[in-house]
Write a protein that binds this ligand. Structure first.
Ligand code: ZN
Length: 110
């Protein structure tokens, strides 16, 4: 699952929807693992399908803040993304991937 969110395809690429879905599934797995490990329920926000980028970025950041706080990681600001800019998209995708890797490794989610 982690490998599927390593590279974020551009919005026009048909593979982007698969990326977005895999990313949503990764968040679902993180919420389930944190519930199992701590008993705490984190809100799984509807980040798939992505229809409004502004709402996606806010909802997604809220989930990263929740999961990072729960596991004691500082996290970073993922609320800004110019999806049309390849460099910005790759940078955002990489920073998001790194946070998922950190948390998913700790929670032993593949
Ligand atoms: Zn994420």
């Amino acid at each position: 699952m982690l490998a599927q969110i390593r590279n974020m395809p551009e919005r026009k690429d048909p593979a982007r929807n698969q990326y977005d879905y895999a990313h949503y599934q990764a968040h679902a797995a993180i919420c389930a693992a944190i519930k199992k490990a701590t008993g705490r329920t984190l809100i799984l926000r509807p980040i798939w399908p992505v229809t409004d980028m502004r709402i996606f970025l806010q909802s997604h950041q809220a989930m990263h803040d929740d999961m990072n706080r729960s596991q004691g990681f500082p996290g970073t600001d993922l609320t800004k993304l110019d999806d049309e800019d390849e460099i910005a998209r790759k940078d955002w995708g990489w920073r998001n991937y790194q946070q998922h890797q950190q948390i998913q490794n700790k929670l032993r989610i593949p």
